[in-house]
Design a protein around this ligand. Structure first.
Ligand code: PFF
Length: 451
């Protein structure tokens, strides 16, 4: 089942871990996790989240790695290769890739905003705004036509350049460089945040368990967040799985990535909320938190404020970059597999996705009135990629893996053809893969659609 792609892969397990962790760690960890963790009961949410991350998210990651490495293919070809007698499963691969495309469209809008805020921190524009002005500043920026579009296109250009560089020389190299920088920057932010007077209220907000806030909605949010944060369900990890070294221990690699993603989310919470509380701000989520509350927090740091603002927005941009890279790579690899040159494929996908991203970006301003029902283009994409498509894709993937793919193939791949012990297989396969994961995903889906 080997293709041209098998020559093209990560050079080592460490490189693979950095690249996949780069995909996992992104806006989801830094601007989404801390907020929903606090909102749905801190420590109580954390408990549920940990279970979902390790028992469902990591299981899906291992499944995708197995599918990818076994077939050395992208999702579009992997499914029919594994079950040539059931060619319809190819649709699942294609649905995953379509989801990647839409996620990338939304992701680019926010990444573009982040890049712009990094630039504004660096040049001092942000520092010259007074505390009451950040709300208006953000609205004005997001609703203007030119700046957000230029920022997102620039961000896409950086992403494209890495992809054109190749899997090992582009993706692996940049991830090995950026991931450690990201962790260092995040730790610097944590130290600053924790040493402020009144920081403990933020720590309590994040970690103190409040089971009364852990609603059904909170449990669903935890599962959605676990999937999004680990980049699983859409097939990105199938593509990265096809780049894994053949002797790589899939269980160990998946564990490292999962642990890394989890701790970075926690660190992000510790970097943000103690500072938010210490400076008397309200904890909010999404754009409100990152582009309106945090600049006020940075302003109150005095002369070091600008430095921390630059560091934070740089951190967020880098985290977003390694995630965007994985999304663009999945789509590029698919066209490449169909015979198109890698660079041409990457440029073509970038052109198509830039149209979607710019349209979504315009929905904050000039195209604000273009709506489907009550949803703007951005809202619609956000809803599709944030609520519906990832659990659908994840559910279909795990059903294929547990009930359609051959068990012997899975055992062979997980054990590296019998050379690695897989004593965990029974629990993994007969309990988690076949029942726990699909049933949990089904519950999320049904409840999501009923709401
Ligand atoms: N995991 C990324 C984050 O937490 O920001 C987002 C993401 C990347 C989701 C790649 C899905 C994906 F396929």
């Amino acid at each position: 089942m080997s293709t041209e792609n098998s020559k093209n892969g990560f050079s080592s397990s460490f490189g693979a871990i950095m690249a996949a962790a780069g995909s996992a760690v992104g806006l989801g960890n830094i601007w989404r996790f801390p907020y929903i963790c606090g909102k749905y009961g801190g420590g109580a949410f954390l408990l549920v989240y940990i279970c979902f991350v390790f028992f469902i998210g990591m299981v899906l990651m291992m499944s995708e790695f197995v599918i990818g490495r076994r077939t050395q293919s992208t999702p579009a070809r992997a499914y029919p290769l594994l079950r040539p007698d059931k060619p319809r499963w190819r649709m699942v691969g294609l649905l995953g890739l379509a989801t990647c495309f839409l996620i990338l469209g939304v992701y680019l809008v926010i990444s573009g905003w982040t890049l712009n805020y990094f630039w504004e921190s660096l040049t001092g524009t942000l520092g010259s705004i007074d505390n009451d002005g950040f709300g208006d500043h953000f609205k004005q920026f997001a609703s203007s036509a030119g700046r957000p579009a230029v920022s997102l296109l620039l961000f896409l250009l950086f992403t494209l350049l890495v992809i054109i560089g190749g899997v090992e020389k582009g993706i692996e190299r940049i991830s090995k460089l950026l991931m450690p920088i990201l962790v260092v920057l995040l730790i610097v932010m944590c130290v600053r945040s924790l040493t402020l007077d009144g920081a403990s209220a933020g720590v309590a907000y994040l970690f103190q368990p409040d089971f009364s806030k852990l609603t059904g909605e909170g449990v669903l949010a935890a599962l959605g967040q676990a999937l999004f944060s680990l980049s699983v369900g859409m097939g990105v990890m199938i593509v990265y799985g096809s780049y894994l070294p053949l002797n790589d221990n899939i269980l160990k690699t998946s564990m490292w990535i999962t642990v890394c993603d989890f701790f970075i989310a926690i660190l992000a919470g510790v970097a943000i909320f103690p500072a938010v509380f210490a400076t008397g701000q309200e904890p909010t989520g999404g754009p409100g938190l990152v582009y309106q509350v945090l600049p006020v927090v940075f302003n109150s740091f005095g002369s070091l404020g600008r430095l921390f603002s630059v560091v934070f927005f740089l951190l967020l941009s880098l985290a977003a970059l390694t995630s965007a890279i994985s999304l663009l790579e999945a789509l590029t690899a698919w066209l490449n597999e169909k015979g198109m040159k890698r660079a041409v494929a990457a440029v073509l996908v970038s052109l198509c996705v830039s149209v979607v991203a710019v349209a979504a970006s315009f929905s904050f301003g000039v195209w604000g009135s273009v709506k489907l029902g009550s949803l703007t283009i951005f809202d619609l994409l956000d809803k599709l990629t944030g609520t519906y498509l990832p659990p659908i894709c994840a559910f279909l993937t795990i059903v294929f893996f547990g009930w359609v793919m051959k068990k012997e193939d899975i055992m062979d791949e997980l054990s590296n053809h019998g050379t690695v012990k897989i004593g965990y297989f029974k629990v993994f396969y007969f309990f988690l893969v076949r029942f726990v994961a699909p049933l949990s995903l089904l519950v999320v889906l049904v409840t999501g659609f009923l709401n």
